[in-house]
Design a protein around this ligand. Structure first.
Ligand code: ASP
Length: 439
């Protein structure tokens, strides 16, 4: 029988009533056997996510030696969830024990992980399912990356014979034997790892939206929903800011060709978005699948006559950045010019002047110039490679909106065209591109 792994995000765990809806969703499909949960999220705007409450506990612990005051808010959230669920579950003792462990261990990761831990314990009780602690089955290597083989084996061994199992997302066991978390939003990654471990037919990621939209709804009013998208397209879009799903959660399932379906806990009948391997993906006729972007990049522009024939020029420039631990997003180049596009947060003033000086010494360029406050906008779609005139349409639309393009980069897969514009033109540019391809 094929199995589905379902990950429920923070808003799907926010209170007892929503958890009851989640129970109905799970019970409506026998294949939904392995459940990964986040910590309870916001119940209303202005509410505080449990994970954030836990980070407050850690701050208090560092200052006062105990998390007593801040933990009261965490306790209140879980006590009220259990009350709303009307289950016979001694959450009080588990909370007492957790508070003591937080005080004793003094570890930020351990503290932050307790939202998922407590939530999974409750959901396992509600579903009458086996609770499997992520710290016993998710392992990190010494360098902080996932120990995939060990993890997949441990998960499939732990859940394989269970009718149903619930696992907390967001953490596992670090190389030193202590709890270690993924980056924020990391329960998405945990869900993908479980899906891979049990070779799920699909990884369902339940959130509070009905899938991906073709662009940011804060910029364009009611943009179109994306029904089908490939992993590659999604990686491009989510890297550039479309953040329904943690961008790292694609890797484990992509390797095993497991599709991801984004679903809405509050509108479970909605189809959502299906994310497929490129080989199985058929685009819905639209040339462009989505448009997204990010502000605040810095471009270092370098010019030198005969750059093209100077062996090792580019590698010398890149060595300067590597030495400083700076990663480069894009390197558009001409015969005698190259630009380095870098996230501005990596280049505080002192670092920037050091980098410029080192590049000057290393390659003696004729001109070196810095352009700040640049936004990058990615227009993404497999359809672009096979349709003549896409870039003409894109650049005409941007020109018609009277926006000056500072940089252009097209990925060699023809999956995306990235343009750099001034931060101030960001929203206008997205609207122009969306208007051209979707209206
Ligand atoms: N609870 C964690 C966070 O708030 C992880 C997650 O929600 O995926 O980042």
């Amino acid at each position: 029988m094929s199995v589905k792994v379902c990950k429920f995000g923070g808003t799907s765990m926010a209170d007892g009533n929503v958890i009851n809806s989640v129970k109905k969703i799970i019970e409506s499909d026998k294949e939904r056997k392995y459940i990964v949960v986040s910590a309870p999220g916001k119940r209303y705007s202005g509410d505080i996510k449990v994970t954030d409450l836990l980070y407050n506990c850690h701050s208090e612990l560092l200052k006062e030696g105990t998390c007593k005051n801040s933990f009261a808010a965490v306790r209140a959230r879980f006590v009220s969830i259990v009350k709303e669920l009307v289950i016979n579950f001694d959450i009080g003792s588990i909370l007492d024990e957790t508070q003591k462990e937080i005080d004793d261990k003094k570890s930020e990761d351990f503290t932050a992980s307790r939202g998922e831990y407590l939530c999974a314990r409750i959901v396992a009780e509600v579903l009458n399912a086996k609770f499997v602690d992520a710290k016993d089955v998710m392992f990190f290597k010494e360098n902080g990356s996932l120990d995939g083989e060990k993890t997949y084996r441990a998960i499939s061994f732990a859940v394989g014979s269970e009718e149903m199992a619930v696992l907390p997302g967001f953490y596992g066991k670090g190389f030193n034997g202590e709890v270690k978390t993924f980056s924020r939003g990391g329960s998405d990654i945990s869900g993908a790892i479980v899906a891979r471990a049990v070779n799920a037919s699909v990884y369902e990621n339940w959130t509070d939206v009905s899938g991906f939209l073709a662009c940011d709804p804060r910029i364009v009013d009611s943009p179109k929903a994306i029904r089908n998208i490939s992993y590659k397209e999604l990686r491009e879009l989510s890297y550039m800011g479309a953040n329904v799903l943690h961008s790292d959660s694609i890797f484990p399932v992509r390797k095993a060709n497991i599709p991801i379906r984004i679903k809405n806990t509050f509108l479970p009948e909605d189809e959502g978005t299906l994310i497929l391997p490129s080989s199985r993906y058929v685009h819905g006729g639209n040339v462009v699948t989505g448009v997204s972007g990010k502000k605040n990049f810095t471009v270092i522009f370098i010019e030198k006559s005969h750059m093209n024939s100077e062996v090792g020029f580019i590698s010398k420039v890149l060595a300067v950045l590597a030495e400083e631990g700076i990663s480069v997003e894009h390197i558009p180049s001409g015969i005698d010019t190259m630009s380095l596009v870098i996230e501005s947060c990596q280049l505080p003033e002192t670092t920037l002047s050091r980098v410029l000086e080192e590049i000057n010494t290393s390659v003696q360029p004729d001109i070196i110039r810095v352009i700040e406050n640049i936004a990058l906008i990615a227009t993404v779609g497999h359809g672009m490679s096979s349709s003549v005139g896409t870039s003409a349409r894109l650049f005409n639309a941007i020109a018609a909106a009277n926006i000056n393009i500072k940089m252009i980069d097209q990925g060699s897969s023809e999956l995306n065209i990235i343009v750099g514009v001034k931060n101030d033109d960001y929203e206008k540019c997205i609207r122009a591109i969306y208007g051209e391809f979707f209206r």
